[in-house]
Design a protein around this ligand. Structure first.
Ligand code: ATP
Length: 365
């Protein structure tokens, strides 16, 4: 039963002469037993490097790694009680599924009968019973992915490490496999640590998302926390599609209230911020919280703008708008009842306003 603790894990690549850059920069994270933690971030942010250090495939440049209370920073991969599932599946093409599944147990010296028993058990958990005699090339991508998972499962590891395991699957199969993985996690109750750049995978499967940017941990929280209260401008802009509207703005005190103003936008905040009343901020509003002020919309701060274009997503529409020269995106159920070229009045609720510090990018309220 495994709790994984990362303490200031760092990986620098490069050499003394050319200088080195930190692909992973002092990441600390405490992963409890049974969590499904997704490491999320754009390409090159250091997710795979971090996972590879945890798996023992790359030595850290600094920091410590603990499994339960055991320091495993320098323990070889095979002695870590962690099982890695690779994007490429890494199956043996000449071996049938049953032998692929049993392989890790054979190398550990298990008896034939014990291996057969375990392989049967895992095949039943993953629905692979009918496929045991086939070779990998006779399987679909989704089936191969399940065999790769099965090969990790036979070892009863303390935790599963997965690096973009769904990236070779088509969209429909990805959705189905996401559901299967979530169910499997619930059934096994083990710790899952999963790397992806796909925020939908993260939002739908994770119990906690760790968002990385340029090797640094920006935020770790439940999917709702990361979406509803992003800790930084980076997280705000990365989570959500289309992403949060972000504008250079100012906080000002007027008529006993603190207002946030940006171009033609002026939103009085409900609770006065603790900040000095006059300062630069970054204002964030999610597209779904920018409403067109029609008759049914309750009173709120209003600002005028124009609709530049409408995108039809089937169930929803996206309105690309401009307000005082700034580009804003609104999103809502279809039809929004808007036309390109139309002048409209927008509103938003002070509850839905996010404020960030322009210098550090960190969240203010
Ligand atoms: P992706 O989603 O594209 O796989 P990632 O977030 O997993 O990206 P990493 O593969 O961890 O990112 O890479 C992080 C950074 O470290 C990148 O800038 C990459 O170029 C660099 N890097 C990774 N491996 C090495 C290496 N062996 N030598 C030098 N630089 C490396």
């Amino acid at each position: 039963m495994s709790r994984i603790r990362l303490e200031g894990l760092t990986k620098r690549f490069g050499n003394a002469r050319r200088g080195s850059t930190a692909a992973v920069d002092s990441v600390s994270l405490d992963i409890s037993h049974g969590e499904f933690v997704v490491l999320l971030g754009p390409s090159g942010c250091g997710k795979s490097t971090l996972l590879r250090m945890i798996a023992g495939l790359l030595p850290p440049s600094a920091g410590r790694l603990l499994l339960d209370d055991r320091d495993i920073t320098h323990v070889p991969p095979k002695d870590r009680d962690l099982a890695m599932v690779f994007q490429s599946y890494a199956l043996y093409p000449h071996l049938p599924v049953a032998r692929n599944l049993g392989f890790p147990l054979r190398t550990r010296g298990w008896s034939r009968a014990a291996i057969d028993r375990k392989v049967t058990e895992v095949a039943s958990v993953l629905g692979l019973e009918e496929l045991l005699k086939r070779r990998p090339k006779e399987l679909s991508g989704g089936q191969r992915q399940r065999v790769a998972l099965g090969r990790a499962l036979v070892r009863d590891p303390g935790a599963f490490l997965m690096d973009e395991p769904l990236s070779n699957l088509d969209a429909k199969l990805r959705t189905a496999t996401r559901t299967e993985l979530t169910a499997l996690h619930r059934q096994l109750g083990s710790t899952f640590l999963y790397v992806t750049h796909d925020q939908v995978e993260a939002m739908t499967m994770a119990t906690r998302i760790a968002v990385l940017d340029k090797g640094r941990l920006e935020q770790a929280g439940t999917p709702s926390e990361v979406y509803d209260t992003p800790a930084s401008v980076f997280v705000a802009g990365f989570m959500g599609s289309p992403p949060m509207n972000l504008l250079d703005a100012r906080l000002e005190s007027r008529d006993g209230r603190v207002h946030v103003t940006a171009r033609d936008i002026d939103v009085p905040l409900e609770h006065p911020a603790d900040e000095p009343p006059s300062r630069d901020v970054v204002l964030g509003v999610r597209p779904e919280h920018l409403t067109i002020a029609g008759e049914r919309v309750p009173e709120g701060p209003r600002f005028r703008g124009a609709v530049d274009a409408i995108e039809n997503l089937g169930n929803e529409e996206i309105a690309l708008c401009s307000v005082g020269g700034a580009r804003l995106v609104a999103r809502g159920p279809r039809p929004l009842g808007l036309r390109a070229g139309e002048n409209v009045t927008f509103t938003t609720s002070p509850h839905h306003v996010h404020l960030f510090d322009p210098a550090s990018g960190r969240r203010l309220v």
